[in-house]
Design a protein around this ligand. Structure first.
Ligand code: 6GU
Length: 452
């Protein structure tokens, strides 16, 4: 590959004689030429800049000087091969590994390093208009004094992808950004340093477990440091184990979605009431057994799940806890937890709760998800949040110690899911849906408070 760098500071590019890039040049894999822009000036002072039209601070690089330089360095329009004019500028497209890979496949890069306030805008316009590929690139959201540092970055990033430049091309496969994820942490000898031991799995000799651990670390790091990269992942690249790692970081892969989605489980707010009612009306029928008359289902929704009901639950936070799964503003799941009444109040579901325990028990009355989110791990996150909130409440000075729920006997999927979340079957109950009297399985799990 050939790379030409045009700059008023050729000495700035001296490091490109060193290390892998220097070796690639000596080996003939990279034909790198650095040009002094002032060679194309025509005046005694070798002037490359002038004051900006329209006024303002600083100086702008003259298009006539750049035009003579680039006409010499770029091949004529229409020359076979891919010749790219790269203009580093903080106003350019953000440089990514994907773009680096793309540029590594070109025949020639001509990097035009601007200084001062930049190069007269007609330069990029002219070379694009005459059929050249022109690419304005930025390293990131900060300002450098000129394009030279960016040229160093680009040459190194491109050169290491050229065939034969890296000693071990396998290291290109797993490195950060190659798979759309940040790289896992790496360790070497000694096995204990500064009191810190290398993670045990890495010395175990289990290649499968090492691979899984590294993948988990890469996913977790990406979730915390670069959530923007997760949002761009293809779900086809995420297996079940990957999804299980992402869920506790608040990322879920709903069925049919083009990418993982960040979902926040949070207490419901008063202004969620209408959206909650809509979600409840959409999800409740899906959990009813098929033999249940539609009219009974509709009656239940009208009697328990309207905006007014939700507003009433929200207003009575001594009795009800509502949590929602908020997917970037869309409610995709919710729980309703009913706190126990004090001993001197008429017992609500005391028949069931008493069967479970003598201690205060809260009822997980509702836990529903939109179908695409079922099986994603989001139900567990909702239940954990509801359980933690219930455990943090007290009734007549006693902490709520049990979370229980009733779920339709026919809904085996729900029962399996609750069993995975620590619930065991403790009994049955009758549950009225409109005119239908249904048999529920009652399940319960103990709650631990933060202090225990
Ligand atoms: Cl490519 N040039 C300059 N001058 N500043 C930058 C940059 C480029 N990328 C980030 N900041």
């Amino acid at each position: 590959m050939r790379i030409d760098v045009v700059t008023i500071f050729p000495a700035y590019l001296a490091p490109l004689d060193l290390s892998l890039v220097g070796k690639a040049r000596r080996d003939g894999r990279l034909d790198l030429r650095v040009h002094d822009l002032r060679a194309w000036t025509t005046d005694r002072h070798r002037t490359v800049d002038d004051t900006p039209f329209g006024g303002g601070a600083g100086m702008v690089m003259r298009p006539d000087v750049w035009g003579r330089a680039l006409d010499d360095v770029l091949p004529a329009a229409g020359t076979p091969g891919r010749h790219v004019l790269v203009v580093p500028t903080p106003g350019g497209e953000r440089l990514t590994q994907a773009r680096v890979q793309d540029l590594a496949a070109a025949d020639q890069l001509v990097i035009a390093c601007g200084r001062y306030e930049g190069i007269d805008a007609r330069v990029a316009e002219h070379y694009a208009a005459t059929g050249r590929e022109v690419l304005e690139l930025s390293l990131g959201d900060y300002v450098l004094n000129g394009g030279e540092a960016a040229a160093l970055v680009l040459v190194e990033a491109v050169a290491r992808l050229l065939p034969g430049v890296l000693g071990n091309p396998a290291s290109l496969v797993e490195e950060s950004h190659a798979a759309g994820l940040l790289e896992y942490p790496v360790y070497t000898k000694p096995p204990v340093w500064a009191g810190l031991a290398v993670p045990e799995v890495l010395t175990s000799g289990h290649h499968g477990q090492v691979g899984r651990w590294r993948r988990d670390q890469a996913l977790a790091r990406t979730a915390t440091r670069r959530p923007d990269l997760l949002a761009a992942l293809d779900p086809a690249a995420l297996d079940r184990a990957d999804r299980a790692v992402l869920a506790p970081h608040g990322w879920y892969v709903p069925a049919g979605a083009p990418a993982p989605v960040p979902v926040r489980v949070r207490p419901a707010r008063d202004d969620d009431a209408a959206a909650l009612a809509e979600l409840a009306a959409a999800t409740f029928p899906l959990a009813c057994p098929p033999h249940m008359p539609a009219a009974d289902v509709a009656a239940f929704v009208a009697d328990h799940l309207t905006t007014e009901h939700m507003a009433a639950y929200l207003a009575d936070d001594a009795r009800y806890l509502l949590h929602v799964a908020d997917a970037e503003g869309e409610l995709v799941g919710y729980t309703l937890t009913v706190l126990p009444r004090a001993a001197d109040e008429p017992p609500a579901a005391a028949d069931v709760a008493a069967a479970v325990t003598a201690r205060p028990a809260a009822e997980l009355s509702k836990c529903y998800l939109l179908p695409p989110y079922q099986g994603t791990g989001l139900a567990a996150a909702l239940v954990e949040t509801a359980a933690a909130a219930a455990a943090a409440t007290t009734v007549a000075g006693e902490p709520v110690a049990v979370l229980w729920l009733g779920t339709n006997r026919a809904n085996r999927r729900a029962q399996r899911s609750y069993a995975r979340q620590g619930f065991t079957v403790v009994g049955t109950r009758r549950f009225r849906v409109g005119g239908s009297l249904e048999e529920d399985v009652v399940m319960a799990r103990p709650l631990t408070t933060g202090q225990e």
